[in-house]
Design a protein around this ligand. Sequence first.
Ligand code: DSN
Length: 421
Amino acid sequence: MDLNKCLQLLEKNDPDVYNAIAGEENREKKGIELIPSENYTYSEVFAANGSILTNKYAEGYPGKRYYGGQEFTDVVESLAIERAKKLFKCDHANVQPLSGSPMNQAVYMAFLKPGDTILGMDLSHGGHLTHGHPVSHMGKIFNFVRYKTIPEEKGRIDFDELLRIAKETKPKIILCGYTSYPRDYDYANFKRIADEVGAITMADVAHIGGLIAAGVMRNPFDYGFDIVTTTTHKSLRGPRGGMILCKEKFAKIIDKSVFPGLQGGPHMNTISAIAVALGKALQPEFKEYGKQILKNSKVLAETLMDGGMKLITNGTDNHMMVVNTVESVGIGGTEAEHVLDSVSITTNKQVIPDDPNPPLRPSGIRLGTPCATTRGMKEDDIRKIGGWLIEALQNNQDESQLKRIKNEVEAFCQKFPVPGL
Ligand code: DSN
């Protein structure tokens, strides 16, 4: 396969699609991505993801497929499984979920009947749509009961209250995990409460999978967790996909729930690319990468707070932070996202705990450092980015200031090539 030749053919035969892809490449190069769930993947991942494995049906699992011709698909899926088990120190890995939502859905369907109860984090406090928001199908099928954090106390979770709720509602699963929570979890306390009420423990570490793999954040399996789910394209830097990791006693029920329960043919090109990314995550450099993400995140949080920005929970222990833009500069998250887009800093609008405003017009933005770190940016670079971000938000009506900041951001970004291209 010659990927350059493939691109040349695309340019010639479908210029509309080619030009959109080229436009995105240029956008990713010229500005700075601060969306905490994104990353720049590796050249080798592009090669595997765009490979001939796209052609292959492989329903089933290595050694037990429903189609012939599986000698190579079995190799890549087994590699992905073995690497995932080693990285996350677990008994079993299912690498077939197409992405984050189906991966969580497959876990719920494995253990619960419609109407059963799951205890999960409130969306506005950092939980994910699949953790029980009413707009998600999951919220319609299962009875989600939500717990909250105490933002003023560094996002602490009140475990006495959690135990009270768990005793009252008798959940089958106690779920911790998040999409916009800037702290780490106290897995030991979740496990203690789950044991007390006889619930399964599940951690959705989609955002911090790479940081756990790098050994710089806590691993739920070290605290006896039953099930861990993670996406593969965030801090793990792989292709877009999901994984369910679990104890051996749940291996069969999880595999059955993914296929044939929820999905058909696995995307073998993606699975081969997951194997590649996990191979990279096993290298010593990945540990350094994880450490640098956290250092950069701390520095960004400090720079923003020193510049008068109000951060939810007053800081961060992971790769992300949430800024209350209404309190900081008097504009909502949607407007802040647009202002920052106009200076080539990409962020995403974000609800804050118990946000009085709706998700499309929320009170904050969410930021993170995996992308900047992948591009080789270190603490001093992050301070500059934080400075531009504050300046842009504070001068959000001043076209000439915004133009100057955009020029400075784009000139700065040229010094940091996007890996993988
Ligand atoms: N969209 C992901 C995120 O940005 O956190 C979660 O689904």
